[in-house]
Design a protein around this ligand. Structure first.
Ligand code: G16
Length: 539
């Protein structure tokens, strides 16, 4: 029976960089999910004939939220839902299902790399028919709906059994429960040369993949161990758990501690990688060696012709403004298109759809290609393994060769977390006002070339987006300031530093960037305004 339930609006349902992200306890409030989902349905309008994919990273509340969405979809007239078995689907797998089946969109229940559990975070990413997350023009409309919503529709049915594969119905709506891994594996087999990768492992190559108790465990075990022949146990933390077993599934040097410790020990395997909660982020490590995501994007782009799916050429490459400029030099060398967009994978979608780019990536441990419209953690790992298989070189050798060829962008990010939002907003506003006065100023050996907000004009839909403040110096060094859009409470100030060098290739990044860091902190008055003497997280 379809019920119409009265509700009151929440005022905090604005999507951030990637969907809605909140503390689990916020999302557990009465009608919170219902309000948000009904607002999306209201903006879409007529749902008759429409099919959506639905799944999540298995975090706490995934099981409850998914049942609510199923019953609301049925009550609102959706024709069909395709759902990952037991409610699991990684973000890249979900994007693939949308594109492969030409669906109208989908929902991924995840707060990505944020911790899970009752005291952790929960989130919903909403994708449209592009396979990527909806553009800001749509999320703005959804936010307006959430502010005025007064009722939602829901089917009063018992919970749907999502453990069995196959088709069932709820009222007039079809529900197809699918293997969350199968289509994704088939896609990877089409992109990469699996026989070359099998040979790599049969020759004794060793790896450790840390799924961080999140969604990629089953994908990674199937691909790396079952199909490619990596030793059993190469994939660790492989069972998705509601609280990620207490891990913070953010694949970086701080949170992927277990993997980092192993890779920097004498027992390190040849290769190490980790993915985040919903499987779109990746970290790449060699023996005692870390590859920055910015370098990773540049290196993958340089080796595009080793991969069967790209060997006939790629259109171009894009990065977020905060990401280092390493890939720009590769784009120039290969004479391919090069774009800089605001932070947020959704800004790459138009460039991919219009064949302007094939590859894209971000400093925040995201790399991907136009095979889908989300970043893809396992894709990045398979790409690296393919380069290793083809060149016979280690991760470190591949990266050092790259620096020799193109020079090195020393790059680091400093995060100041848990700042009062008013303090953070004021810091950014005052800094923006100050930028014009910085032009041509000298700071030690650094001279400012240009200081301005980053404004992106989308060449496809003509929209303009302002995101972050950039100070560029005459030697090519850069400071980028922006506030994170993925947190669930308070504000996080991110400061990104880059210094390019063609001769000093083996220095300590922190030593290379120390002066720039002091300049960045002083310009923005970070210490006096936030009370913080040091960054909370450095990557
Ligand atoms: C999301 C977006 C990315 C973005 C990242 C960091 O990633 O999809 O495009 O780079 O957030 O955003 P922020 O710096 O605003 O916190 P994910 O993996 O969280 O979906």
């Amino acid at each position: 029976m379809i019920k119409t339930i009265q509700t009151k609006p929440y005022t905090d349902q604005k999507m951030g960089t990637a969907g809605l992200r909140k503390k689990s306890k916020v999302v557990m409030q009465e009608h919170y999910i219902e309000n948000f989902v009904q607002s999306i349905f209201n903006v879409i309008g007529d749902l008759k004939g429409k099919t959506y994919v639905l799944g999540g990273d298995g975090r706490f509340y995934n099981d409850i939220a998914i049942q609510k969405i199923i019953k609301m979809a049925a009550a609102n007239g959706v024709s069909k839902l395709i759902i990952g078995q037991n409610g699991f689907l990684s973000t890249p797998a979900s994007s693939n299902i949308i594109l492969k089946n030409k669906l109208d969109g989908g929902f991924v229940l995840s707060a990505s790399h944020n911790p899970g559990g009752e005291n952790g975070d929960f989130g919903i990413k909403y994708a449209n028919q592009s396979g990527g997350q909806c553009p800001s023009s749509t999320s703005d409309k959804i936010y307006q709906q959430t502010l005025t919503i007064s009722e939602f529709k829901i089917d009063d049915a018992p919970d749907i059994d999502l453990s069995k594969l196959g088709t069932q119905t709820l009222g007039a709506m079809q529900i197809e429960v699918i293997d969350p891994v199968k289509d994704y594996v088939e896609m990877m087999e089409r992109i990469f040369d699996f026989s070359a990768l099998k040979k790599l492992f049969s020759n004794g190559f060793t790896m450790r993949f840390d799924a961080m108790n999140a969604v990629t465990g089953p994908y990674a075990q199937r691909i790396f161990e079952d199909i490619l022949g990596a030793a059993k146990g190469s994939v660790v933390n492989a069972v998705p758990l509601p609280d990620f077993g207490g891990l913070h599934p953010d694949p970086n040097l701080i949170y992927a501690q277990e993997l980092v410790d192993l890779m920097f020990s004498e027992k390190a395997p040849d290769f190490g990688a980790a993915n985040d909660g919903d499987g779109d982020r990746n970290m790449i490590l060699g023996k005692k060696f870390f590859v920055t995501p910015s370098d990773s994007l540049a290196i993958l782009t340089d080796y595009f012709d080793l991969i069967p799916a790209y060997k006939n050429g790629i259109f171009g490459v894009a990065k977020s403004a905060a990401t280092s400029t390493a890939v720009s030099r590769v784009a120039e060398a290969h004479n391919i298109g090069y774009y800089e967009v605001p932070t947020g994978w959704k800004y790459f979608v138009n460039l991919m759809d219009s064949n302007r780019i094939t590859f894209c990536g971000e400093e925040s441990f995201g790399t991907g290609s136009s095979h889908i419209r989300e970043k893809d953690g396992i894709w990045a790992v398979l790409f690296w393994l393919s380069i290793i298989a083809a060149t016979g070189k280690s991760v470190e050798e591949i990266t050092r060769d790259h620096w020799k060829k193109y020079g090195r962008s020393y790059y680091m990010r400093f995060d100041f977390e848990g700042i009062d939002t008013n303090v953070a907003d004021k810091l950014m506003a005052d800094l923006e006002n100050k930028l014009p006065s910085l032009n041509n100023q000298q700071f030690g050996t650094y001279q400012v070339k240009e200081a301005a907000p980053f404004v992106y004009h989308d060449p496809v839909d003509g929209s303009d987006t302002k995101n972050g403040l950039i100070v560029k110096f005459t030697d090519g060094s850069r400071i980028v300031y922006r506030l994170s859009g993925t947190g669930s409470s308070g504000a996080t100030l991110r400061i990104y530093l880059e210094k390019y060098d063609t001769t000093k290739l083996n220095e300590n990044p922190l030593a290379m960037l120390q002066n720039l860091l002091e300049i960045a902190l002083n310009i923005a008055e970070v210490k006096s305004r936030t009370g913080k003497q040091h960054a909370d997280v450095i990557t």
